[in-house]
Design a protein around this ligand. Structure first.
Ligand code: ZN
Length: 73
């Protein structure tokens, strides 16, 4: 019934998301990349340390107001 498996790979739940190094992009504030297994958006925290992107937190976590669409320039 639940389609959680489509949203998040089982390996990602047990282990961690794994960034797709070939698809890293810069949103203007942070480096981002999709998970190579399930495509879940990830955000770079520190060098070599990535975690799942959380829009509700990451758009205001560091106190800097962010554009929701950084593609305008
Ligand atoms: Zn994943």
């Amino acid at each position: 019934m639940a389609d959680w498996n489509a949203a998040m790979n089982l390996l990602c739940m047990i282990l961690k998301h794994q960034r797709d190094a070939s698809r890293v992009w810069d949103d203007g504030h942070n480096y981002r990349a999709p998970c190579r297994r399930c495509g879940f958006p990830l955000i770079k925290v520190t060098f070599g340390d990535w975690r799942a992107f959380d829009a509700t937190r990451d758009y205001e976590a560091d106190g800097a107001p962010r554009k929701s669409r950084p593609l305008s320039r």
